[in-house]
Design a protein. Structure first.
Length: 143
């Protein structure tokens, strides 16, 4: 029993608090490195993430931030599986549908690092989407 508890704690210690400011708004607060883009540290991930700041400011997709954060600082769920959990392909496709036309208007292509076909479909693998997180319900006044 003690050996199993130590192994579990060792895996949990792989988790670290999210440091990328925009990703602190995610419905989770711990990540693990290396991430899904093979960055070994959050600092490396942040440097790449910052290249998308202008696109995020354009608000071309309501799931772009979720996609970028789940790739750069993926949810740490080592208790469930040792490797990082990727975003679902549908999240990527929705972000791409909203943002790629804007990018193309500036002669910029959708980046290969965000290739949606590499991500699992919800029904065929383990992946995460914004809908997977339960949001707290607001109590109505007077009830």
């Amino acid at each position: 029993m003690l050996v199993a508890a130590r192994a579990f704690l060792a895996r949990i210690e792989q988790c670290e608090p999210i440091e990328i400011p925009r990703c602190r708004a995610m419905p989770y607060n711990m990540t693990q490195m290396p991430n899904l883009l093979h960055h070994g540290t959050q600092e490396n991930a942040r440097l790449v993430f910052e290249k998308f700041e202008v696109l995020l400011d354009q608000r071309c997709s309501d799931v772009l931030l979720f996609l970028l954060c789940s790739l750069h600082v993926p949810i740490c769920a080592v208790a469930l599986q040792p490797e990082a959990i990727p975003p679902c392909r549908s999240v990527c496709e929705k972000a791409r549908a909203g943002c790629e036309p804007l990018m193309n208007s500036y002669n910029v292509s959708w980046p290969d690092t965000l290739e949606c076909s590499r991500l699992p479909r919800y029904e065929r693998g383990v992946c995460v989407s914004p809908e997977a997180f339960v949001k707290p319900t607001q109590k109505k006044k007077g009830k």
